[in-house]
Design a binder for this molecule. Structure first.
Ligand SMILES: [Zn+2]
Length: 126
């Protein structure tokens, strides 16, 4: 099996240490992060409310959504009335909220979690 890049691990919401275990419980629109990696067993939440910091990442992603869809509306609808911008941006923000929820937490734990990638951790445990 080929190794995942950090970008793949962030986008697929995988464990920052082994890049194989899932970060979230399955089957929910707004899933909670798991307490431990199901593959390598590392504890995700290093301190109480660790994932609270992800709201800053979420805010940054939201601003990116505003900018992209704002300019998108400008060019697609040829500088429409203000309410079209509001509708486009609010709709995009709501539709992309589940993605933002996961991506902000995944990005946060990968960048600020302080985990080191250990590709052989799973083989060592077996
Ligand atoms: Zn893991």
């Amino acid at each position: 099996m080929s190794e995942k890049t950090k970008l793949h691990a962030v986008l697929e919401c995988k464990c920052p240490r082994c890049r194989q275990g899932n970060l979230f419980e399955k089957g929910k629109i707004f899933p909670k992060p798991l307490s431990h990696c199901p593959v390598c067993g590392v504890r995700y939440e290093k301190e109480p409310d660790f994932f609270q910091g992800a709201m800053y990442v979420s805010y940054a992603i939201s601003v990116a959504i505003f900018v992209v869809f704002g300019f998108g509306a400008y060019f697609l609808f040829n500088d429409p009335p203000t309410y079209v911008y509001w509708l486009t941006i609010i709709t995009a923000t709501i539709v992309l909220a589940p993605l933002n929820w996961r991506l902000s937490k995944s990005l946060f734990i990968h960048v600020f979690g302080g985990f080191k990638y250990e590709p052989n951790i799973v083989q060592e445990k077996r």
